[in-house]
Design a binder for this molecule. Sequence first.
Ligand code: ATR
Length: 297
Amino acid sequence: MSKNARITPDNFKLYGVMGFPLKHTLSPLMHQAAIAKLGLRAFYAALELDSHSFLKLMRKKRQLLLDGFNLTIPHKQIVLPYLDSVSREARAIGAVNTVIRKGSRWVGENTDAYGFIRLLRETGWTAKGKSVLILGAGGASRACVYALCREGAKEAYVLNRTVAKAKALCRHFQKLFPKSEIAAGALNPDRIREILSNVNLVVNTTSVGLERTDKPVIADKDWPAGGPIRLAVDLIYNPSVTPFLRAAKQAGWKTRNGLGMLLYQGARSFELWTGKPAPLEEMRKALLHGCESRLSL
Ligand code: ATR
């Protein structure tokens, strides 16, 4: 195509992420790196919209110029009624993080569970027959619990500050996964100590640790000794080492932050939109570069 060819919806694709707030998103960096590597005529934009503006846009979605988009807080659940169809996985998780335009139809997907499982696989950890502890009961927790039970976890404990939310989450997933034992509880030190000694995966899905002044969600003294198959994951990736991960490492646990999940969920979204294999290494480099620039600010 000549450089001067007119841009049309057929020869140029527009993607993006919508959420609020969106100042810290690394998704545009990661997707632009993938677009550049594959030489696609496309652009990925960050669209910061509050819930009111987002819903207004979704009511007029037939006029939307986007070919696909990601959703983040607080739009992942409120989008559901506006889509023409929603994948089985997204419906089970109760959240959509990827929307794909198929002709005049808008299809909802969830790639967070996939991203989380790929992150675990990278470490060699497998869920089958294992006991796991998930801290938090929000949207990210739902994707993790779904993924772990689908992969055959034997027991999943979900502890949350608001216990009623953890209970509702457990009831929902227990129906879907009758072979796993899913139990809810309060996020208190006694409960954490008791469960932590019996699991070999603990995942922090709460936002505790995002601020440098946050007290760790698990007190340093409450970590039991780790070992080669005990893994602690914090879905937070900036800062790259939270107090949660620092203490886990000191106790001898393997550790991972959430950058891998961000990468793999994004790669899967990219593949759903473009039908092309995502260039993972370029996307990973862009994310690492983005994190480093943030840290040096
Ligand atoms: P996400 O989509 O990232 O999971 P979310 O749905 O807003 O975001 O969920 C945030 C999670 O962090 C919730 O489990 C929340 O606990 P509550 O359900 O009790 O609100 C948890 N969280 C946020 N701040 C917290 C804090 N200071 N202490 C403990 N948990 C906290």
